[in-house]
Design a protein around this ligand. Structure first.
Ligand code: HEC
Length: 124
């Protein structure tokens, strides 16, 4: 009986270890090492991150973002080029940390935006 309980315990521990590695099973999660940036595009990758985390204050007629519009390619490109986009999400450069009053973007999301900039901010 003692042996059976021990066996059940070991198998439960085993399952726990498996779920600890969700970042390996689901590569699009927060892990930078499992972050796939081989096919980053403006329309599919960058706007998805910004619409979920930034557009509430920085899109259309939203006034909450100090008049800074990031929901158009032309608008976003200005902040990509002057360095403020990366400084704001990296919390560097002494400018306001973004998203304002919320958790920092995941390392994979930041890496995705950085890759788009490294690729020359294509409108793709
Ligand atoms: C809750 C509202 C809110 C959200 C969400 C938000 N911002 Fe902002 N953002 C602001 C405000 C307000 C300012 C003006 C801050 C200032 O001038 O001090 C600002 C300023 C900025 C600036 C200019 C920085 C500066 O100091 O001039 C950038 C770039 C920026 N935001 C990018 C982003 C990005 C990228 C996201 C999403 C990851 C985001 N913001 C999400 C409210 C927000």
């Amino acid at each position: 009986m003692k042996c059976l309980i021990a066996l059940i315990g070991i198998s439960l521990l085993g399952t726990g270890c498996y779920y600890d590695h969700a970042d390996l099973a689901y590569p699009q999660s927060n892990s930078a090492s499992g972050c796939n940036v081989s096919a980053v595009t403006y329309s599919a990758s960058v706007t998805g991150i910004l619409s979920a985390n930034c557009y509430s204050c920085h899109a259309g007629s939203a006034a909450a973002g100090g008049g800074i519009k990031l929901d158009t390619y032309a608008g976003l490109k200005v902040y990509a080029a002057n360095g403020q986009l990366m400084n704001s999400v990296n919390h560097t450069g002494g400018i306001a940390a973004m998203p304002l009053n919320a958790a920092q973007l995941s390392s994979c999301q930041i890496k995705t935006i950085q890759t788009w900039i490294n690729n020359g901010t294509p409108n793709n």
